[in-house]
Design a binder for this molecule. Sequence first.
Ligand code: FMN
Length: 384
Amino acid sequence: MQLKNCHNIKDFRKMAKSRIPSPLFHYIDGGADDEVTLRRNTQAFDTYDLIPNGLADVAEIDLTTTILGHKISSPLFLAPTGMSRLFHHEGEYASSKAAEKHGTYFGLSTLSSVSIEDVGAHTSGPKMFQIYIHKDRGLTYELIERCKKAKFTALCLTIDTIVAGNRERDLRTGMTMPPKFTLASLANFAMRPRWVMNYLTHPNFELANLVGRTEKGSQENISVIDYINSQFDTKLCWDDAKQAIDAWGGPFAIKGVMSVEDAKRSVDIGASAIMISNHGGRQLDHSPAPFDLLEEIVDAVGGKIEIICDGGIQRGTHVLKALALGANACSMGRAYLYGLAAGGQKGVEAVLEKFEAELKRDMMLMGLNSLDKLDASKVRRRNW
Ligand SMILES: Cc1cc2nc3c(=O)[nH]c(=O)nc-3n(C[C@H](O)[C@H](O)[C@H](O)COP(=O)(O)O)c2cc1C
């Protein structure tokens, strides 16, 4: 299978599956518990129809929007995801460059495999750094200072990972970072010789932002679940979020907001944006889909804070529906990671190109030439 044969995200997923060892594929693909939330995140978009209008002069389509203080070329950006070099040897270099080429945000995780400094030097596009607060509290403020020096555009604080979600696929496959080549896992890796060759001939995998602060995840193999449960601070509260916002002093999003109450708190502490997100169904199973929460959160805080809908996005029409219900932008995780695993930077670019083409075509079919014309009159809830 080749990138040119990938016509939608399902195709990229299939190609990713054929390229990388199964523990890594299932780490990307899987969710928590019974994966109910994971499935609903995408299914939720089917509960609304789009209502098109004709004869509206759609010769020119403007997909630009401004989010977190930066104008981006499309209302969809790359959410932060950890450890990209496990999925392709180009790692976060690939995704950040693809995002730069497409004029949209790249999200860099605290648990990335390329450092803040290297991503900062590699790309001049808009960059959001995602903070996980470790028990070592000094680390948070060091990371924030490093982001200032590396000229990051915005920060986000993830609040949904106080403890690791129960990702049973990872328990079954024995997924660790760095990957452990045991007798049991050897067959999985042996079936992907190209991945193994690239992995072994490129610099060692490490949690590049945490070198010198923890050996775990770089020199010592550890499961992601054990890493989170041993390293992250379970005492995290809203005062800590406020302190991080003050320390950064620029555009700041709270990621993982899943209730009107938390959306209002985010406004109160001075955040610039919220990312309505359940971590792609990887944390609390049976939490609602971000799209299902949009209306009530927009009702409560719309206009007071920017709203990003994160989770389940696989089509341009999904983005249009979220914007019609009041989101300012959307972000995606798996969709671009499938592209990365399938073909590195070219794969992520191919995913972004597909979305851009879909968004343009869908806007034309809707009879709309700019995103500000998308409002609640352009969608209708289905009668089930
Ligand atoms: C493999 C993988 C790793 C992720 N790592 C992080 C992370 O380090 N920090 C974070 O805040 N979110 C992380 N996420 C969640 C994404 O930022 C995003 O919220 C989620 O993927 C959106 O759902 P989607 O995959 O359906 O688009 C990760 C998601 C995936 C699939």
